[in-house]
Design a protein around this ligand. Structure first.
Ligand code: PHE
Ligand code: CO
Length: 295
């Protein structure tokens, strides 16, 4: 079998341009170098320490339960034994970013695409695209949770549908993914906790999202979230807080077609705005925010 490619963004005079790959590949586990494994170990240890008391209990317990450990890059096949048994999900290897429809179709079939390659040692703190650490450490543990697992599949089906409706619908659905799957917070008896994969795979944002006075923390409201623009280049200006995963699953249960129609008549909301109707956990000071560049 040929070695899978490592598909990364292109650096051009207009900045970084994403490149898409479509294929599903076998994880080339034997080809990981000692450096690759040590990048995993370093990041794993560092994040677990930051996340104790910050990530939600379901996330931490699921990592343990599925046997994701610090020693070496996990084998997808081993994790899949646990995942399939628990929720029927599986991880598949990919070379880089997938086209939207391909991504949605995988989710709709309970397959979570994980980039097979891991970042280089000089990229420990930041890289501009998903790698194995973000995808596997960040996204896969909660697929062990039955309710979250169902939410992800429903999201994939909704994505296929939105793709057929148009680019506005897709943008609105993508905001939902961003503010839940990637940057979601959850309210617990012990206080706010992290469940979003974009946060748990970042040591800086894991602290910032809970402890900084700068960002807003606002109660989850589906249509509000679907109108809210976001940042791809800095920490978020606003985090949305769910009460539990059932709330998320139930709020997203109805057919979104009427929602897309309604949203088509409304303005989007800048990433940092607070509305009179928001359920505010904390109103951010806005300290350090850049003024341009919400997408
Ligand atoms: N119920 C949504 C629809 O009809 C699909 C969806 C489910 C979207 C879960 C997001 C999350 O489009
Ligand atoms: Co992600």
């Amino acid at each position: 079998m040929s070695q899978p490619q490592r598909v990364e963004h292109l650096s051009t005079d207009k900045g970084s341009v994403p490149v898409y790959a479509t294929g599903v590949v076998e994880q080339p586990w034997d080809s990981y170098t000692a450096t690759d494994h040590s990048v995993w170990s370093t990041l794993f240890r560092r994040q677990r320490e930051v996340l104790l008391g910050r990530a939600c209990a379901e996330f931490l317990a699921s990592q343990d339960e599925m046997g994701m450990g610090e020693e070496m890059i996990p084998k997808f096949a081993d994790l899949n034994d646990q995942l399939r048994a628990k929720t029927g999900w599986e991880v598949i290897g990919v070379e880089g970013l997938l086209p939207e429809l391909t991504f949605f179709e995988h989710l709709a079939n309970r397959r979570f695409p994980v980039t097979w390659w891991i970042r280089r040692p000089e990229q420990l703190d930041y890289l501009s695209e998903p790698d194995l650490f973000h995808d596997l450490f960040g996204h896969v543990p909660l697929l062990m949770n039955p309710v979250f697992a169902d939410y992800m599949q429903a999201y994939g089906r909704g994505g296929v549908k939105a793709h057929g409706i148009g680019s506005e619908a897709l943008a609105e659905l993508t905001r939902l993914y961003w503010y839940t799957v990637e940057f979601g917070l959850i309210n617990t008896d012990e206080g706010l906790r992290i469940y979003g994969a974009g946060i748990v795979s970042s040591s800086g944002e894991s602290r910032y999202c809970l402890e900084s006075p700068a960002p807003n923390r606002i109660g989850f409201d589906l249509l509000r979230v679907m109108r809210t623009r976001y940042r791809i280049d800095t920490f978020q200006k606003t985090y949305f807080v769910i009460d539990n995963f059932d709330q998320l699953f139930e709020a997203t249960g109805p057919d979104f077609r009427p929602y897309y129609e309604q949203l088509g008549t409304q303005e989007t909301i800048p990433a940092g705005n607070v509305l009179a109707t928001d359920r505010v956990y904390q109103r951010g000071t806005g300290e350090g925010w850049s003024l341009d560049g919400d997408v």
